[in-house]
Design a protein. Structure first.
Length: 601
């Protein structure tokens, strides 16, 4: 017959009736389809027999109507499974209808001696196809209850008289027992076919999984908590130079480097306790008694599902990370070398700066004596000019040496901070007075913006003074004649902000990030007009970072630059109790005070 072939119309109808909850599992879908198909065949057979009965015997009596209704009941059971997907319930419904039909037919054909009674054996046989032992037990109980009911009715003499059939006894026996035998054989064959299909499906799934695992290149392991291997994939041969048999038991543990074994076992303990863990260790290639050739591997450990209360097995995925570990080692060594070179550079600069300051002090001192004509007047005007140039150059060189010395101290961590409370306004005003001469010579005016009469900051006074002086010096150096420079401070939340804004040449936005790097000057052409080493902002940033603060730079090419130093809460003492805020001051949250220069795009 072609009705059970996958390409037959009947098979496609049955497949379409399988509930959507079972369609994604091939084995489960096959079980549902088999149940639905047998019920459809049985129910439709009863429907086909009905016209034949009517043609031979005429209108059926009440007994015949009940019998035909029972015979077509499997159609309703098949429809129920198709709509709900509840296979166990459908099997119990089928067991109840079949047991009831057998009892009904036996009651009219001799009771306990009826040749239809062997059909009760088919009740638990059908339930075997459900794959559930509980369903088989329930179906057996239903068949047993039906048999006991029939025997009880016969003992109570409640069964009707046996019907007389105009056929020989042997044909009646054949009609009753042979279909039961054939149906039981069909169920057995169907069950065997489904068992083979399930085994093939499992084998195919296992082969596919092994193929995927081997293609991935990682070694798949199952392990005990003590490190013993119970399974390893074929990828172990490529990674470790041995097949799975070489890793079974304590084969893998014997290959783990002695120094890495504690970490290896700790990761397995964590996985056995239900936690996911990853571990890196060295494992020996080839035979355990061979050459000491170790490779770095990473193993990800996960607990496998198991019985409640039992120690679960562990599934591990082993992957080579040798190249990554060597890269990390090379990077670490390069970092250490760079740090050592940087420290050596800082020490060299610090030592050289100390050595240079001694002769520079002599040069500056003697040139100052010459220019002041302390020991007599120099008649030659050129001599006085040269002495002034020597004094000016010496001071400039001393400033460079001091910047290098401060930068090297900051980089090597030897710059000592001595916090003390001081008035920010007094500090800013003192710095303004120190550079006002250079500003006037460059035809610039310096304005102060100090909204508080007294704003105390607990920080290193000398370092903060150096920060403000460097910012003012840069503003004077890069401003155009006739321009304006504003220096001020304000409360920044619970901290203090100090800013210097100018109307100078400005900086392109894409180059702002480079400012503050040591020895970086953005105008590096041979004809640049502004002297300096590019250390000023580097020192500023270093000193501010030492205080836990940060430096912010805003600039537009041709419009000017604003540098804001923000010192954190830990650097703020408090506004003095007797200090008052000037009426014309801006609100505390405003970053631009009254006289500040505002940059616009």
């Amino acid at each position: 017959m072609r009705v059970f072939e996958s390409s037959s119309p009947f098979s496609r109808i049955v497949a379409s009736m399988v509930h959507e909850s079972a369609r994604h599992d091939p084995i489960r879908a096959a079980i549902h389809a088999s149940f639905i198909a047998t019920r459809l065949i049985g129910g439709m057979a009863a429907a086909v027999v009905l016209p034949v009965y009517l043609a031979l015997w005429g209108a059926p009596d009440l007994v015949a109507v009940a019998c035909f209704a029972w015979l077509t009941a499997p159609l309703a059971v098949a429809l129920y499974l198709s709509r709900t997907g509840r296979l166990a319930t459908a099997h119990l419904m089928s067991a109840s209808t079949l047991s009831g039909l057998v009892v009904f037919a036996s009651a009219w054909t001799g009771g306990p001696t009826s040749l239809f009674l062997p059909w009760l054996i088919a009740v638990p046989a059908e339930a075997v196809l459900s794959g559930s032992a509980r369903t088989v037990v329930a179906a057996t109980a239903i068949a047993a209850a039906a048999l006991l009911a029939l025997v009880g009715l016969d003992a109570a003499a409640l069964l009707p008289a046996a019907l007389a059939f105009p056929v020989p006894a042997w044909s009646f026996a054949l009609l009753g027992a042979l279909p039961a035998l054939l149906y039981a054989g069909l169920l057995a064959a169907r069950g065997g076919a489904m068992a083979r299909a399930f085994a093939e499906h499992q084998r195919a799934g296992g082969d596919q999984l092994r193929t995927i695992v081997d293609a991935a290149g990682d070694v798949l392991l199952t392990l005990r908590r003590n490190g013993n291997v119970t399974y390893s994939s074929d990828a172990a041969l490529a990674l470790l130079g041995t097949d799975g048999a070489g890793l079974d038991g304590d084969g893998l543990f014997a290959r783990v480097h002695v120094a890495d074994r504690p970490n290896y076992l700790t990761a397995l303990d964590d996985a056995a306790a239900g936690r996911q863990s990853d571990v890196e260790f060295r494992v020996q290639r080839g035979r355990p008694d061979g050459a000491q050739d170790y490779v770095w591997v990473e193993m990800r450990c996960r607990p496998m599902p198991g019985e409640a209360g039992a120690t679960p097995d562990i599934v591990g995925v082993l992957r080579e990370v040798n190249e990554r570990k060597w890269a990390e080692l090379a990077l670490s060594e390069a970092r250490e070398e760079a740090e050592s070179a940087n420290i050596a550079k800082g020490r060299f600069l610090a030592n050289m700066s100390h050595e240079l300051r001694t002769p520079l002090n002599a040069i500056i001192g003697f040139s100052e004596i010459l220019t002041s004509e302390l020991y007599g007047r120099m008649d030659n005007e050129k001599h006085r000019e040269y002495a002034g140039l020597i004094h000016e150059s010496g001071n400039h060189l001393l400033e460079v040496v001091n910047d290098i010395l401060d930068m090297s101290k900051i980089e090597t961590g030897n710059f000592e901070i001595h916090p003390e409370p001081f008035d920010v306004a007094e500090l800013i005003d003192g710095c303004r007075k120190m550079v006002v001469g250079d500003a006037e010579a460059a035809r610039l005016r310096i304005e102060t913006d100090l909204p508080y009469s007294m704003l105390e900051l607990c920080a290193d006074r000398r370092a903060c003074k150096q920060v403000v002086l460097n910012l003012l010096s840069n503003a004077v150096k890069f401003s155009r004649p006739g321009g304006r420079i504003v220096v001020g401070s304000y409360r920044d939340g619970e901290g203090v902000a100090i800013y210097v804004a100018d109307e100078g040449i400005g900086i392109p936005r894409h180059e702002i990030a480079r400012l503050g790097d040591p020895f970086v000057q953005l105008r590096e052409a041979f004809d640049r007009r502004h002297a300096g080493t590019g250390l000023g902002l580097s020192v500023v940033k270093g000193l501010v970072v030492l205080h836990g603060g940060k430096v912010e730079i805003e600039s537009e090419l041709g419009l000017g630059t604003r540098v804001t130093v923000r010192l954190p809460r830990s650097a703020l003492a408090q506004v003095s109790a007797n200090g008052t805020r000037r009426p014309d001051a801006q609100p505390e949250t405003s970053p631009n005070a009254a006289g500040a220069i505002k940059l616009s795009a």
